[in-house]
Design a protein around this ligand. Structure first.
Ligand code: HEC
Ligand SMILES: [Cu+2]
Length: 344
């Protein structure tokens, strides 16, 4: 299925920004060659032209040239600005995941990539995606830094312990493309790879329905929240609510004790679960226990997905809202069902 690229030795171009990366790369090479050749030629030319012929020659005095100075300042300036602007555009495009993307979770560990779709399907070292659809990966790792690298898409992003990073792409043609770990991560680093399968939408739908989906991240998150971890014992709405309101917070501003305001993004929710006393919501006591060491990265992803799902239209930019004790709204979601205090 794999076809070759128009440049020998280059991987195929299979994403919307692959050609941009290549264009920038060839432009850099062209600029380097355009400067290197005249400089090397000039070195030899002058070496020969001004070789020692007369032992006692006195050189002519040099006078500056304003025109020359101006020209060789302006030309490199223009060239370096085109490199800067071109690079900035490509970079911005690649590292700003769109809101309307299909989301996938990726957890790296020595030495494999564990992947889960929003619809629940899990994969290891393989990722199936539809062609022509924007796909956003939310990535983290259980151990050391890894790097999710898809050469045919001309994109790669580090997966960093303790934090979420994002990679997005839109594949432009069906096929099977290499996936690598591009950050040396230990003994079997070289084996930490696999394939991205880009499929026509209907093949992808078939693939999805042909794979056991189990719980979706949101369902798994709700299960953890209401039953296994007992979050609901504090966070369920109603008069007995002891924890901060979680409905509608995603991507909104949250006021903290001490006056600061933070945006409740995925990283914030993650930190609130692992290290609750670091950022305490205004109007609350720091009574939430830490869940560090009690939840796996996958479970954290699920909890974050669940809390995200409590905000309608999560993912799209939303207006700021405050979140204080006074705003403890009437119970509106299923988490209102008290679940025995199962967190020990
Ligand atoms: C003992 C009661 C208690 C339990 C159990 C508890 N929390 Fe909390 N939680 C709180 C309180 C109180 C706050 C507000 C103070 C703070 O930020 O630490 C809070 C804050 C949060 C926040 C930040 C909310 C915001 O509006 O910014 C999140 C997210 C959160 N909890 C998630 C969870 C999850 C997920 C669990 C289960 C794994 C959980 N909590 C278990 C009491 C609890
Ligand atoms: Cu790795």
């Amino acid at each position: 299925m794999q076809t070759t690229s128009w440049v020998p030795l280059f991987p195929e171009q299979a994403s919307t920004f692959a050609w941009q990366v290549d264009a920038l790369y060839f432009y850099l090479i062209a600029v380097s060659v355009a400067f290197t050749i005249p400089i090397v030629v000039a070195i030899f030319f002058f070496a020969v032209k001004y070789r020692e012929t007369d032992k006692f020659a006195t050189p002519d005095e040099m006078h500056g040239s304003m025109v020359l100075e101006t020209v060789w300042s302006i030309i490199p300036f223009v060239i370096s600005m085109t490199i800067f602007v071109g690079g900035a555009i490509v970079f911005f495009n690649q590292y700003t995941p769109p809101d309307d993307a299909m989301e996938v979770y990726v957890v790296g560990k020595q030495w494999m990539w564990k992947i889960q779709h929003q619809t629940g399907q899990r994969e290891i070292n393989e990722l199936h995606v539809p062609v022509g659809r924007k796909v956003k990966l939310t990535m983290t790792t259980e151990d050391v830094i890894h790097n999710f690298d898809i050469p045919a898409f001309r994109t790669k992003v580090d997966a960093v312990p303790g934090r979420y990073t994002y990679l997005w792409f839109e594949a432009t043609k069906p096929g099977k493309y290499h996936l690598f770990c591009a950050e040396y991560c230990g003994l079997n680093h070289s084996g930490m790879g696999g394939y991205i399968y880009v499929m026509e939408q209907r093949d992808f739908d078939n693939w999805l329905s042909g794979n056991v989906s189990g719980q979706t991240p949101v369902e798994a998150g709700r299960d953890l929240f209401e039953n296994k971890l007992g979050c609901a014992s504090c966070h369920a709405g109603g008069p007995a609510q002891r924890g901060a309101k979680l409905e509608g917070i995603f991507n909104h501003d949250v006021k903290l004790v001490g006056g600061a305001t933070v945006k409740a993004d995925e990283q914030y929710i993650r930190n609130s679960i692992l290290n609750p006393s670091a950022q305490v919501v205004e109007g609350f006591q720091p009574i939430m226990p830490t869940f560090k060491g009690q939840v796996t990265e996958e479970q954290l992803n699920s909890l974050v997905a669940y809390i995200k799902s409590l905000t309608p239209n999560a993912g799209t930019a939303a207006a700021p809202a405050t979140n204080t004790a006074a705003g403890a709204a009437p119970a509106t979601n299923s988490a209102a069902k008290p679940a025995g205090n199962s967190n020990k």
